[in-house]
Design a protein around this ligand. Structure first.
Ligand code: 6PG
Length: 481
């Protein structure tokens, strides 16, 4: 560690675990990294523990920090999303010059990023909202990075980010996503898919325990096996590790001593709120968010234990068959979750004029991030073959995969229902699929009801225009005025 003026290629402010690990990742890749943290103790702790990782510049004040950077200056902010981000941006912007780049690597709400980008652009600064996925380990060894913001800033910033990102088949898991808030929007939907994927895995696990009476170790072995097939993914892999973990205090499976109330920091909820505004049915993600909320309603749940279950069916006896059914249901539901997430990305892109390329996102999610999975290669191929696919589940590969899975999927949802085991994400994903492929939906009745009580009008299958029926009078139809 040395210090001299204006020689760092990148600065990192906010040196909690994610910030420290990203700073170390840059240093390991040969960049000189200026370090800053509100309390200098964190900077010193990082240098004491990992100063040998590469070339760091220790700074104490924002002025010193900014002065340590070569131009155009590149500063990565890694602080808790929210007010802290605005405070740091304000301080930095006051010390920076036209053309400098501020990157927000936190899980910011994309509408905040749109606002911040516009405000900084007006001051001559480039603002890049970058989604970064991969947790602590990814930050250190190669995350997936989703940078938005002005295309010009990517020219100077892209090579740095691409070199520290995860690489799959020689391709970095980082690309310029699009203007202003698009990087954080895409990261938000990534997290929504992460919620859905985790919920689906949770439902599979619950079925193994409640329908097949398997123990965590046996279930871990199944997940390990699944991880060598089409379900291969980071989340399936870590599920096996989690289920194999034994609690040091009690000797029980660790999963059995953890309180079953899932928390959330907010990105899943944001995804669903945004989907509601955009009118995109992200049912799998929504069920996952609500499932966490229900699990967290501990008082209500305690009061409801013992409520009638009704007459329950017998448990499946063919364990191998039902295990395969669960695997198929998981795969098909996962395809639905991704299809819905990509629909939301397309809708966001249209709403904000971002011109996003879905195939690029599938490409950069293949490594580094929490939802990395083998089948992202298939998603990438599907969008490369047809960038305007109306739905991912219409791509030949996924259409066939669901056709193979459909009988199993139905057996899992119906068996779970008959056994009183909740499967909100499996069930809603199957209903979504059935609704999407239906020739007629009961929405015609909804339209009729709306016209009945509110004269809201409806369209006819055999004529153009809007119609209203005089329901209580002579029942004749009149074109709506
Ligand atoms: C990632 C993760 C990361 C974080 C989630 C957890 O991509 O690296 O998604 O961003 O672990 O935000 O979110 P919850 O606390 O809401 O589960």
């Amino acid at each position: 560690m040395t210090s001299s003026a204006a020689r760092a290629q990148i600065g990192v402010t906010g040196l909690a675990v994610m910030g420290s690990n990203i700073a170390r990742n840059f240093a390991k890749h040969g960049y000189t990294v200026a370090l800053h943290n509100r309390s200098v103790a964190k900077t010193d702790a990082l240098l004491a523990a990992h100063g040998d990782d590469g070339d760091f510049v220790r700074t104490e004040t924002i002025a010193e920090f900014v002065a340590a950077l070569e131009k155009p200056r590149r500063v990565l902010i890694m602080v808790k999303a929210g007010d802290a981000t605005d405070a740091v941006i304000e301080e930095l912007a006051g010390a920076m010059e036209t053309g400098d780049i501020i990157i927000d690597g936190g899980n910011a709400l994309y509408t905040d990023t749109i606002r911040r980008e516009a405000a900084l652009r007006a001051r001559g600064l480039n603002f890049v909202g970058a989604g970064i996925s991969g947790g602590e380990e990814g930050a250190l060894n190669g995350p997936s990075i989703m940078p938005g913001g002005p295309a010009e800033s990517y020219e100077s910033l892209g090579p740095l980010l691409e070199s520290i990102a995860a690489q799959v088949d020689g391709t970095p898991c980082c690309t310029h996503i699009g203007p202003d808030g698009s990087g954080h929007f895409v990261k938000m939907v990534h997290n929504g898919i992460e919620y859905a994927d985790m919920q689906l895995i949770g439902e599979a696990y619950h079925l193994f325990r409640a329908a097949l009476d398997l123990d965590p170790k046996q279930i871990a072995d199944i997940f390990t096996q699944w991880n060598s097939g089409e379900l291969e993914s980071y989340l399936v892999e870590i599920t096996a590790e989690v289920l194999n973990q034994v609690d040091a205090l009690t000797g029980k499976p660790l999963v059995d001593v953890i309180v079953d109330a899932a928390e959330q920091k907010g990105t899943g909820r944001w995804t669903v709120k945004s989907a509601l505004d955009l009118g995109v049915p992200v049912t799998g993600i929504a069920e996952a968010v609500f499932a966490r909320a229900l699990s967290g309603s501990r008082g209500q749940r305690a009061a409801a234990v013992g409520l009638a279950a009704g007459e329950l069916a017998a448990k499946p006896t063919d364990i191998a068959q039902f295990t395969e059914d669960i695997r198929q249901a998981l795969y098909a539901s996962k395809v639905v979750a991704y299809a819905q997430g990509f629909d939301q990305i397309a809708a966001g892109s249209a709403e904000y004029g971002w011109d996003l390329t879905p195939g690029d996102l599938a490409t950069i999610w293949r490594g580094g991030c929490i939802i990395r999975a083998r089948f992202l290669n298939r998603i990438k191929e599907a969008y490369e073959t047809d960038p305007t696919l109306p739905s991912l589940i219409l791509a030949p590969y996924f259409r066939d995969a669901i056709e193979t899975a459909i009988d199993s999927w139905r057996r899992v949802v119906s068996t779970a229902t008959l056994l009183g085991i909740p499967v909100p994400a499996f069930g809603s994903s199957l209903s979504y699929y059935d609704a999407l492929r239906a020739e007629r939906l009961p929405a015609a009745l909804t339209q009729a009801q709306r016209d009945f009580f509110g004269a809201h009008t409806y369209e006819r299958v055999d004529a153009e225009g809007k119609f209203h029926t005089l329901w209580s009078e002579d029942r004749s139809e009149v074109p709506a005025g």
